[in-house]
Design a protein around this ligand. Structure first.
Ligand SMILES: [Zn+2]
Ligand SMILES: [Zn+2]
Length: 225
């Protein structure tokens, strides 16, 4: 049973990797590069440093995720039968709670000391693309994943289906908000909106748009731009 969860998470992570690659290609291509939100004149982080950071962070999150699931899976998810409406409710509740907690964690990380030693690594990227979604200080990487698992455990154990959907949405949204693309098709409207909001956070509104999944908490606490 637990093996099934690992298989599903594996598929989600492969999908996330492919999505990241596709968006990286798009943002650098002639066909889609024109939809870039902002294009830098020069990059201040060498490509090799980015690749090393991203590979190390990906490995770290894989190990951490495996350790957390092995140790706390009983508090995170169960394998009982549940109705579709219950799964839907669990997904919404877990994502809203996570986004609420993330809002304050992210806002806290903008404290000058946390910025200097931890969150500043991510903000050193002025023109983020999908790859830089995971260009982080390892402490921030672990804190983000720990917060997601902690939010689920507070509500949980939730159904295994809801757990996988929450993980899928969390992983893909983090990549999409860093896409740096405003794609013209109406189907991308919501993701364009999130990408634009997060780009502002990396650009001229450093102290706005802290939440990662919805604009809801920023609107509520007066940090929406
Ligand atoms: Zn920030
Ligand atoms: Zn970012």
């Amino acid at each position: 049973m637990l093996l099934d969860v690992y298989k599903i998470l594996g598929v989600i992570l492969v999908f996330a990797g492919l999505l990241m690659g596709l968006l990286m290609w798009a943002v650098n291509s002639k066909a889609y590069g024109k939809y870039r939100i902002r294009t830098p004149k020069t990059y201040r982080i060498p490509q090799s440093r980015k690749v090393i950071n991203v590979v190390l962070n990906s490995t770290l999150s894989l190990v951490f995720l495996f350790a957390i699931i092995q140790t706390f899976h009983g508090s995170l998810f169960h394998f009982g039968e549940v109705k579709g409406v219950t799964i839907f409710g669990e997904v919404i509740a877990a994502l809203l709670l996570y986004d609420f907690c993330y809002y304050f964690m992210h806002r806290g990380m903008h404290h000058p000391k946390a910025m200097k030693f931890v969150h500043g690594v991510h903000h050193y990227v002025r023109f983020p693309t999908s790859m830089e979604s995971i260009y982080l200080h390892p402490v921030e990487n672990l804190a983000g994943l720990g917060l997601l698992m902690g939010s689920i455990a507070v509500l949980g154990p939730i159904s295994m289906e809801a757990f996988c959907i929450v993980f899928f949405i969390h992983s893909t949204f983090n990549i999409l908000v860093h896409s740096n693309l405003m794609l013209p098709h109406p189907a991308f409207k919501f993701f364009n909106f999130l990408a634009l909001k997060h780009d502002l956070h990396h650009g001229k509104h450093l102290n706005k748009n802290y939440a990662s999944l919805t604009p809801f908490w920023d609107l509520l606490f007066g940090t929406y731009a």
